[in-house]
Design a protein around this ligand. Structure first.
Ligand SMILES: [Zn+2]
Length: 306
């Protein structure tokens, strides 16, 4: 039987928006791109929550009035546009009033002030389905930003978004959902062996990754081959977790779930390329250890990258 995974929420995107909201650097329009099932829409909703949460952080399952209303689909300042079931596209009546159309149009809603929200959020799900007329009506809105209002468009078919719409949005790429399944698989393979190593790993995370270390400590790592090997395994696992979170995986697939707080902080510190470079360097050190080389220089370089 084929199991269909529920779309997951992209945590690194939510962290980014929480930070942008706090620092006042939100752009007025974003375009979430990525294949179907990669969590674009659920993440857009979660962004609306995190920007308006009364508890401050909108952890999953928050029941503050704002999060609750967004979950229930009746927050007055969150506007969702999606293809009506009976149509094949998003039609002009959903953007601007048209006689005898049963939809609530966006533009009159935008012209009144927010009732409750800190940031009003308009989500256009599958924006590639906007027909030409609706696209053009919406484009005018994008050209004249509405203060205090954030637009999030999602699409799995980027080429079907008008270039004029695309160029006015900041684009955020989502990883394929298969990535999270891959993560689950790799983790289950480690479970048995790893649980006994997690304690030792935590010592390395504190002692090597998060701490400043001096030349003497590095030397100690280099001299004890078993110790060095465990250290590098830890670095590999820990940065694998950071990479997964960066790419949108949730806490459930992490090896170091207990270090989620630190992982979230590091996700903000590094670009995806930084994390991959660190993992590559750690793999190089591991190869050196296995082949019996002196890995001090490689290990020093690794520490500098961290
Ligand atoms: Zn909340």
């Amino acid at each position: 039987m084929k199991t269909v995974a529920a779309p997951f929420v992209n945590n690194s995107v939510i962290l980014q928006f929480a930070e942008l909201g706090r620092s006042g650097h939100l752009a007025h329009a974003y375009l979430f791109t990525g294949e179907r099932g990669s969590g674009k829409f659920t993440t857009a909703l979660a962004v609306a929550k995190v920007l308006n949460c009364e508890a401050g952080s909108a952890p999953a399952g928050c029941v503050c009035a704002s999060c609750h209303k967004i979950d229930a689909g009746n927050h007055p300042d969150i506007f969702i546009i999606e293809k009506p079931e009976e149509k094949t596209e998003i039609v002009i009546g959903q953007i601007t009033p048209r006689p005898s159309q049963p939809y609530q149009p966006l533009l009159p809603w935008l012209s009144v002030k927010a009732l409750e929200a800190r940031v009003r959020v308009v989500i256009i799900k599958d924006a590639d389905l906007l027909n030409a007329e609706a696209s053009n009506a919406f484009l005018k809105t994008l050209e004249e930003p509405v203060p205090g209002t954030l637009f999030i468009l999602t699409t799995a078919v980027l080429r079907d978004i008008l270039p004029t719409v695309r160029s006015r949005c900041q684009q955020i790429q989502f990883m394929p959902s298969s990535y999270s399944h891959l993560a689950e698989r790799t983790q289950s393979g480690y479970d048995g062996e790893l649980s006994s190593k997690v304690k030792a790993a935590n010592t390395f995370i504190d002692g090597f990754i998060l701490a400043r270390i001096d030349d003497k400590d590095l030397k100690a790592f280099v001299e004890d081959k078993d110790e060095a090997r465990l250290l590098i395994e830890t670095v590999l696992m820990f940065y694998r977790d950071i990479l997964l979170v960066k790419m949108g995986a949730g806490a459930s697939v992490l090896v170091h779930k207990d270090r989620k707080g630190e992982i979230d902080r590091l996700v903000l510190k590094y670009s995806k390329e930084d994390i991959i470079a660190i993992i590559d360097q750690a793999a190089r050190v591991m190869k050196g250890i296995k082949e019996g080389f002196n890995v001090k220089i490689a290990l020093t370089l690794l520490k500098e990258m961290i």
